[in-house]
Design a protein around this ligand. Structure first.
Ligand SMILES: [Zn+2]
Ligand SMILES: [Zn+2]
Length: 243
Protein backbone atom coordinates (compact mmCIF):
# COMPACT_ATOMS: atom_id res chain seq x y z
CA UNK A 1 0.00 0.00 0.00
CA UNK A 2 1.75 3.17 -1.15
CA UNK A 3 2.19 5.99 1.36
CA UNK A 4 0.85 9.47 0.50
CA UNK A 5 2.92 10.64 -2.46
CA UNK A 6 4.71 7.31 -2.59
CA UNK A 7 4.82 4.31 -4.88
CA UNK A 8 4.76 0.53 -4.64
CA UNK A 9 7.70 -1.78 -5.35
CA UNK A 10 10.34 -0.72 -7.89
CA UNK A 11 14.12 -0.77 -7.52
CA UNK A 12 16.61 0.71 -9.94
CA UNK A 13 19.94 -1.13 -10.08
CA UNK A 14 22.69 0.84 -11.81
CA UNK A 15 26.25 -0.15 -12.69
CA UNK A 16 28.90 1.33 -14.96
CA UNK A 17 27.28 -0.19 -18.02
CA UNK A 18 23.74 -1.16 -17.11
CA UNK A 19 20.50 0.09 -15.62
CA UNK A 20 17.92 -2.48 -14.61
CA UNK A 21 14.48 -1.90 -13.12
CA UNK A 22 13.47 -4.63 -10.68
CA UNK A 23 9.66 -4.53 -10.53
CA UNK A 24 7.34 -1.76 -11.66
CA UNK A 25 4.70 -1.41 -8.96
CA UNK A 26 1.85 1.08 -8.78
CA UNK A 27 3.03 4.69 -9.05
CA UNK A 28 6.66 3.79 -9.69
CA UNK A 29 6.97 5.00 -13.27
CA UNK A 30 6.63 8.65 -12.23
CA UNK A 31 9.23 8.02 -9.51
CA UNK A 32 11.59 6.42 -12.03
CA UNK A 33 11.69 9.66 -14.00
CA UNK A 34 13.13 11.40 -10.93
CA UNK A 35 16.13 9.07 -11.04
CA UNK A 36 16.84 8.25 -14.68
CA UNK A 37 15.87 8.82 -18.30
CA UNK A 38 13.95 5.62 -18.95
CA UNK A 39 15.67 5.27 -22.33
CA UNK A 40 18.84 4.33 -20.44
CA UNK A 41 17.23 1.18 -19.06
CA UNK A 42 18.69 -2.08 -20.35
CA UNK A 43 15.93 -4.25 -18.94
CA UNK A 44 12.91 -4.47 -16.67
CA UNK A 45 12.68 -7.62 -14.56
CA UNK A 46 9.46 -8.52 -12.73
CA UNK A 47 9.62 -10.72 -9.63
CA UNK A 48 5.99 -11.85 -9.68
CA UNK A 49 2.65 -10.90 -11.10
CA UNK A 50 1.06 -9.10 -8.14
CA UNK A 51 -0.29 -5.62 -8.89
CA UNK A 52 2.05 -3.83 -6.48
CA UNK A 53 4.98 -5.19 -8.56
CA UNK A 54 3.93 -4.80 -12.19
CA UNK A 55 0.91 -2.51 -12.76
CA UNK A 56 3.03 0.47 -13.85
CA UNK A 57 3.98 -1.41 -16.98
CA UNK A 58 0.76 0.20 -18.26
CA UNK A 59 1.81 3.90 -18.01
CA UNK A 60 5.30 2.81 -19.05
CA UNK A 61 3.83 1.25 -22.19
CA UNK A 62 1.82 4.38 -23.05
CA UNK A 63 4.89 6.56 -22.58
CA UNK A 64 7.04 4.37 -24.80
CA UNK A 65 4.28 4.32 -27.41
CA UNK A 66 3.23 7.97 -27.44
CA UNK A 67 5.77 9.89 -25.32
CA UNK A 68 7.94 12.64 -26.76
CA UNK A 69 11.16 10.68 -26.07
CA UNK A 70 10.89 7.66 -28.35
CA UNK A 71 13.06 4.59 -27.84
CA UNK A 72 14.61 3.21 -31.01
CA UNK A 73 14.33 -0.37 -29.78
CA UNK A 74 11.91 -2.51 -27.83
CA UNK A 75 12.79 -2.49 -24.15
CA UNK A 76 13.63 -5.90 -22.69
CA UNK A 77 10.91 -6.98 -20.28
CA UNK A 78 11.56 -10.17 -18.35
CA UNK A 79 8.63 -11.82 -16.60
CA UNK A 80 8.52 -14.82 -14.28
CA UNK A 81 7.39 -18.15 -15.77
CA UNK A 82 3.70 -17.83 -16.64
CA UNK A 83 3.90 -14.03 -16.55
CA UNK A 84 2.91 -13.60 -20.19
CA UNK A 85 -0.60 -14.85 -19.49
CA UNK A 86 -1.02 -12.44 -16.58
CA UNK A 87 0.25 -9.55 -18.70
CA UNK A 88 -2.20 -10.50 -21.42
CA UNK A 89 -5.02 -10.47 -18.85
CA UNK A 90 -3.96 -6.95 -17.89
CA UNK A 91 -4.06 -5.91 -21.56
CA UNK A 92 -7.71 -7.02 -21.74
CA UNK A 93 -8.51 -5.28 -18.46
CA UNK A 94 -7.02 -2.00 -19.67
CA UNK A 95 -8.93 -1.86 -22.92
CA UNK A 96 -11.43 -4.19 -24.57
CA UNK A 97 -10.04 -3.34 -27.99
CA UNK A 98 -6.35 -3.35 -27.01
CA UNK A 99 -4.29 -4.73 -29.90
CA UNK A 100 -2.62 -8.10 -29.48
CA UNK A 101 0.75 -6.31 -29.50
CA UNK A 102 -0.37 -3.74 -26.90
CA UNK A 103 2.70 -4.49 -24.76
CA UNK A 104 4.86 -6.27 -27.36
CA UNK A 105 4.98 -3.22 -29.64
CA UNK A 106 7.22 -1.45 -27.13
CA UNK A 107 8.51 -4.26 -24.89
CA UNK A 108 10.50 -7.31 -25.91
CA UNK A 109 8.52 -9.59 -23.57
CA UNK A 110 10.16 -12.79 -22.40
CA UNK A 111 9.95 -15.13 -19.43
CA UNK A 112 13.14 -15.88 -17.55
CA UNK A 113 14.12 -19.36 -16.39
CA UNK A 114 15.00 -19.49 -12.71
CA UNK A 115 17.91 -21.79 -13.50
CA UNK A 116 19.48 -19.50 -16.11
CA UNK A 117 21.51 -16.40 -15.20
CA UNK A 118 20.48 -13.27 -17.06
CA UNK A 119 23.20 -10.93 -18.33
CA UNK A 120 22.38 -7.23 -18.72
CA UNK A 121 25.46 -5.15 -19.64
CA UNK A 122 28.05 -5.82 -16.93
CA UNK A 123 25.48 -7.16 -14.45
CA UNK A 124 24.64 -10.81 -13.91
CA UNK A 125 21.22 -11.61 -12.46
CA UNK A 126 20.39 -14.87 -10.73
CA UNK A 127 17.03 -16.05 -9.44
CA UNK A 128 15.59 -18.28 -6.75
CA UNK A 129 11.95 -19.08 -6.09
CA UNK A 130 10.62 -17.56 -2.86
CA UNK A 131 7.93 -18.56 -0.39
CA UNK A 132 4.93 -16.48 -1.48
CA UNK A 133 1.32 -16.85 -2.52
CA UNK A 134 2.08 -16.97 -6.25
CA UNK A 135 5.18 -18.05 -8.19
CA UNK A 136 7.75 -15.42 -7.17
CA UNK A 137 11.49 -15.01 -7.70
CA UNK A 138 14.11 -13.25 -5.64
CA UNK A 139 16.89 -11.75 -7.77
CA UNK A 140 20.58 -11.25 -7.11
CA UNK A 141 22.59 -8.77 -9.17
CA UNK A 142 26.37 -9.11 -9.27
CA UNK A 143 28.84 -6.67 -10.84
CA UNK A 144 32.59 -6.28 -10.23
CA UNK A 145 32.48 -7.93 -6.81
CA UNK A 146 29.51 -5.89 -5.56
CA UNK A 147 26.13 -7.50 -5.21
CA UNK A 148 22.58 -6.81 -4.20
CA UNK A 149 19.95 -9.42 -3.47
CA UNK A 150 16.29 -8.46 -3.66
CA UNK A 151 14.00 -10.81 -1.76
CA UNK A 152 10.89 -9.88 -3.74
CA UNK A 153 7.88 -10.99 -1.68
CA UNK A 154 8.60 -13.93 0.59
CA UNK A 155 8.16 -15.52 3.95
CA UNK A 156 11.29 -16.84 5.65
CA UNK A 157 12.98 -18.89 2.91
CA UNK A 158 16.23 -20.89 2.77
CA UNK A 159 16.49 -20.42 -1.01
CA UNK A 160 16.50 -16.64 -0.56
CA UNK A 161 19.15 -16.93 2.16
CA UNK A 162 21.27 -19.03 -0.23
CA UNK A 163 20.88 -16.47 -2.98
CA UNK A 164 21.81 -13.58 -0.67
CA UNK A 165 24.91 -15.32 0.72
CA UNK A 166 27.65 -12.72 1.25
CA UNK A 167 25.79 -9.95 -0.61
CA UNK A 168 26.83 -6.32 -0.11
CA UNK A 169 23.18 -5.33 0.28
CA UNK A 170 20.18 -7.50 1.05
CA UNK A 171 16.98 -5.71 0.13
CA UNK A 172 14.39 -7.67 2.06
CA UNK A 173 10.70 -7.30 2.44
CA UNK A 174 9.06 -6.90 5.85
CA UNK A 175 5.47 -7.16 4.70
CA UNK A 176 4.19 -8.15 8.14
CA UNK A 177 5.93 -5.23 9.87
CA UNK A 178 6.54 -6.00 13.52
CA UNK A 179 4.14 -8.84 13.98
CA UNK A 180 3.06 -11.83 12.01
CA UNK A 181 -0.62 -11.98 11.27
CA UNK A 182 -1.30 -15.45 12.67
CA UNK A 183 -4.36 -15.86 10.47
CA UNK A 184 -2.33 -15.18 7.35
CA UNK A 185 -0.22 -17.74 5.57
CA UNK A 186 3.51 -17.19 5.73
CA UNK A 187 3.95 -15.33 2.47
CA UNK A 188 5.69 -12.33 3.99
CA UNK A 189 8.33 -11.61 6.65
CA UNK A 190 8.36 -9.59 9.82
CA UNK A 191 11.28 -7.19 10.23
CA UNK A 192 12.76 -9.62 12.72
CA UNK A 193 12.53 -12.48 10.23
CA UNK A 194 14.20 -10.29 7.60
CA UNK A 195 17.00 -9.70 10.12
CA UNK A 196 17.25 -13.43 10.73
CA UNK A 197 17.66 -14.13 7.01
CA UNK A 198 20.26 -11.36 6.70
CA UNK A 199 22.22 -12.89 9.59
CA UNK A 200 22.08 -16.39 8.09
CA UNK A 201 23.20 -15.07 4.70
CA UNK A 202 26.09 -13.08 6.19
CA UNK A 203 25.30 -9.94 4.23
CA UNK A 204 26.91 -6.58 4.94
CA UNK A 205 23.81 -4.39 4.98
CA UNK A 206 20.09 -5.02 5.26
CA UNK A 207 17.57 -2.67 3.67
CA UNK A 208 14.00 -3.29 4.84
CA UNK A 209 11.31 -2.61 2.27
CA UNK A 210 7.67 -3.43 1.40
CA UNK A 211 6.63 -2.77 5.02
CA UNK A 212 3.19 -1.49 6.05
CA UNK A 213 2.78 2.28 6.39
CA UNK A 214 1.36 1.82 9.88
CA UNK A 215 4.79 1.01 11.33
CA UNK A 216 7.51 3.49 12.27
CA UNK A 217 10.61 2.72 10.16
CA UNK A 218 12.88 3.02 13.23
CA UNK A 219 10.86 0.39 15.11
CA UNK A 220 11.32 -1.99 12.18
CA UNK A 221 15.05 -1.29 12.06
CA UNK A 222 15.32 -1.97 15.81
CA UNK A 223 13.43 -5.25 15.42
CA UNK A 224 15.70 -6.42 12.59
CA UNK A 225 18.78 -5.50 14.62
CA UNK A 226 17.71 -7.93 17.33
CA UNK A 227 18.59 -10.72 14.86
CA UNK A 228 21.18 -9.14 12.57
CA UNK A 229 24.57 -7.76 13.61
CA UNK A 230 25.21 -5.69 10.44
CA UNK A 231 23.82 -2.31 9.44
CA UNK A 232 20.09 -1.90 8.83
CA UNK A 233 18.08 0.84 7.15
CA UNK A 234 14.40 1.10 6.26
CA UNK A 235 13.77 2.03 2.63
CA UNK A 236 11.89 5.20 1.78
CA UNK A 237 10.89 6.39 -1.66
CA UNK A 238 14.03 7.59 -3.45
CA UNK A 239 16.51 5.98 -1.06
CA UNK A 240 19.89 5.44 -2.75
CA UNK A 241 22.45 2.86 -1.65
CA UNK A 242 26.03 2.80 -2.99
CA UNK A 243 27.64 -0.62 -3.27
ZN1 LIG B 1 3.23 -10.40 -3.76
ZN1 LIG C 1 4.15 -7.16 -2.85
Amino acid sequence: MPRPGGASSAYLVRSGAAAILLDAGTGSFAKLALAIDYRQLGAIVISHMHSDHFFDLVPFRYTLKYGHLPLQRRLSLWLPPGGRNRLDALRHAVSVDAAADFFESVFDVREYEASDPLIVGDVTLRFRRTHHFVETYAARADCNGASITYSADTGPCDAVVDLARGASVFLCEAGFGLQRDEAAQSGHCTAEEAGEMAQQAGVTRLVLTHYPAAFQPQALVDAAKRRFAGSVVAAQDGLTQEL
